[in-house]
Design a binder for this molecule. Structure first.
Ligand code: ZN
Length: 375
């Protein structure tokens, strides 16, 4: 199938987030021009689709069926706690898989050439108690535009709980963050389900920046999503089980989901290999060009693991994702050698960990370093 030319933008320009400092990147991005040309050529030569990939539709059906089966078995079939607890954990893994695969591609307009399909897929986050509207503002408009830039990238700001960047203030208890951050990731879904999204709508700020609050249809999806999620998570189970049982299993599923989401996203940017550059103090600009900045701040991992790549929606190919966020993730393994080769020719570092365990170890060491020294 003939594809449209690639329309990847430096960040999603359809979503406006006010950038108070008007942060700009260096010019002369010859690498980006060349890598885009090669990726365009790859799709032309192979006839593959950037979006609307059949395996993505199949994967969506499998992941949603997995989620529905776990939910149905947990709520309506499992009678004993020792069967129900692993099922709740498996439900948590399926919810993380929906986020990694379906919602993330939909939210980036990488799923389909049709806007409504992307929107529908992105709305899987609303079903899971989040907000696709707010997520798009934070993730596309802020994180992808300003990866690892302290004071701009909301993803590296966890408040007083941890120090993820050398430009953040170190507090005494951060010296133990390499141990306590992992379980804290487990509470992230609860935080956005119960607090963050409502706060962002009430204050009109997302990721610390003003944004257009959801109105009309967007507000209906926001409220409908929350209503559907809390019906599934709490109201229906409460018709069958005591409160403490329902809360316990809600917590178990959310915790597993949160740890998976937190760990997979941290592997890409919060590891020893990644840089945390800041704007030049005189010019207020970033010194490197935007695509080079993405390479310096992003690390791939376990690229040869097909199982992991399937489960985490290609988020182990974060370099490819940051350079080409509007290409469906099922294509990343094939464009990865092109990106790596182009980096080599331009003398740019392409950073990839061999395995998930190497990446986890690197995140642990990064947390330890950030919590124990001021540099
Ligand atoms: Zn993304």
């Amino acid at each position: 199938m003939q594809q449209q030319p690639e329309t990847t933008h430096r960040h999603d320009e359809s979503i406006s987030v006010t950038a108070p400092s008007g942060l700009k990147f260096g010019t002369g991005d010859k690498f980006y021009v060349e890598v885009r040309r090669r990726v365009d050529q790859f799709f032309q030569a192979t006839g593959k689709s950037r979006r609307d990939c059949p395996q993505m539709y199949l994967k969506t059906a499998v992941v949603l069926a997995w989620f529905a089966a776990c939910y149905g078995l947990l709520v309506f079939v499992m009678g004993t706690w020792w069967l129900a607890l692993p099922m709740a954990m498996l439900l948590g893994v399926s919810m993380a898989a929906i986020g990694f695969n379906i919602q993330h591609d939909g939210g980036h307009h990488a799923y389909s050439a049709r806007a409504w399909v992307n929107r529908l897929m992105a709305m899987s986050l609303d079903m899971l108690g989040g907000s696709s509207y707010i997520w798009a503002r934070k993730h596309n408009g802020i994180h992808h535009a300003f990866a690892n830039i302290t004071g701009h990238d909301d993803d590296i700001d966890v408040g007083i709980f941890g120090r993820l960047s050398p430009h953040q203030k170190r507090l005494r208890f951060h010296r133990l963050q390499q141990f306590y951050m992992w379980p804290l990731y487990g509470f992230l879904p609860l935080k956005w389900q119960l607090y963050d999204d409502f706060r962002d709508v009430a204050t009109g700020q997302a990721g610390g920046r003003p944004y257009a609050r959801p109105k009309g249809w967007d507000l209906a999806v926001f409220l409908g999503g929350k209503g559907m999620f809390f019906s599934l998570a709490l109201v229906i189970p409460l018709l069958l089980y005591p409160v403490w049982t329902v809360l316990l299993f809600y917590l178990a599923a959310s915790f597993v989901q949160g740890v998976m989401l937190g760990v997979v996203f941290q592997m890409a940017h919060c590891v020893e290999e990644a840089a945390f550059p800041m704007p030049h103090p005189d010019t207020g600009r970033m010194e490197t060009a935007w695509a080079v900045h993405q390479l310096e701040t992003t690390v791939d991992f376990a690229r040869r693991s097909r199982l992991l790549s399937w489960l985490v929606g290609g988020l182990n190919f974060q370099i490819e994702h940051h350079l080409f966020p509007q290409i469906c993730h099922v294509n990343y393994p094939q464009i990865s050698p092109l990106v790596e080769q182009t980096c080599r020719e331009f003398g740019l570092k392409y950073m990839a960990q061999e395995s998930l365990s190497a990446s986890i170890a690197s995140h642990f060491r990064w947390l330890r370093r950030m919590g124990n020294s001021s540099s």
